[in-house]
Design a binder for this molecule. Structure first.
Ligand SMILES: [Cu+2]
Length: 263
């Protein structure tokens, strides 16, 4: 009995490994940094703005496998401005606008020599993660940042654990992501694996991977999309009725995803 308790305790410790000290620091004046891109997240009605300091902005296409020490990136998440019915009020370009009456979250990742060791098995190179409130409080303490490192593993070492590099390298400015992707395909995976949307939503898949993929209904004899080209292919699918859509890629059958359509 004692042994069982002990091993459970070890498992808990191993899972919650994270830095205990804030070495990231609130990104003073980040609003004046380079905007890499903005992203309308239709799944949670958020407007995400990704900023980089001068060090991270010095990285050019092809150099993303190794950001220099001193690189800091911010993912600011704002709730989108909505009307009384809860629908997003779009700007003249059809994009979300920040609801300035809400409090954004300031998610930060910083790379310095020797950073990240505290994450143990889920270490993302030399990055550490912390999330702040705009008034310099904590949204996610360093010791609670395990989830950040765990999810960013999906961005892979080849991209130095930075998602969507193409957003700033290939397109070069904040407007250019253009489409409003609800789901992305990268590194042989659908991200997020399960996406929940309301009936009546249009989901746009964006292939941010380096190889071609497609989207096929798991239902035998079901619908299959055209091939989505690496780095640029998109596919929009309207979801009109509540239910579940399970899909895979026929080129890589282990690539699986699910869309849950709610009332
Ligand atoms: Cu595939």
């Amino acid at each position: 009995m004692k042994k069982w308790t002990l091993s459970l305790l070890f498992a808990t410790i191993a899972f919650s490994q994270a830095p205990t000290e804030d070495r990231v620091g609130f990104p003073e004046g980040y609003q004046k940094w380079t905007v890499f891109y903005t992203l309308d997240r239709s799944d949670n009605k958020q407007l995400r703005t990704i900023y980089g300091n001068d060090v991270s902005a010095s990285v050019k296409d092809g150099g993303q496998a190794n950001y220099p020490y001193g690189s800091v990136m911010v993912l600011e998440t704002y709730a989108a401005l909505k009307d009384a019915a809860g629908n997003a009020i779009l700007d003249s370009k059809g994009r979300y606008q920040k609801d300035l009456n809400t409090t954004p979250t300031v998610n930060v990742m910083r790379k310095e020599k020797g950073f990240g060791a505290a994450y143990g098995a889920i270490r993302n190179g030399e990055w550490e993660y912390v999330a702040y409130t705009p008034t310099r409080g904590y949204s996610t303490l360093p010791q609670n940042s395990t989830g950040c490192a765990n999810c960013h593993l999906q961005a892979t070492q080849g991209k130095d654990w930075v998602f969507r590099g193409a957003g700033h390298f290939k397109n070069g400015n904040a407007e250019s992501l253009g489409a409003v992707p609800g789901a992305i395909i990268k590194n042989y995976a659908f991200v997020p694996g399960t996406l929940t949307v309301k009936a009546g939503s249009m989901v746009t898949f964006y292939n941010d991977d380096v190889v071609t993929h497609n989207i096929a209904d798991d239902f035998a004899g079901g619908w299959i999309s055209a091939n989505l080209q690496a780095g640029s292919g998109t596919q929009s699918i309207p979801f009109t009725v509540p239910g579940e859509f399970n899909f895979h890629c026929t080129i890589h059958p282990n690539m699986k995803g699910k869309i849950v359509v709610t009332q």
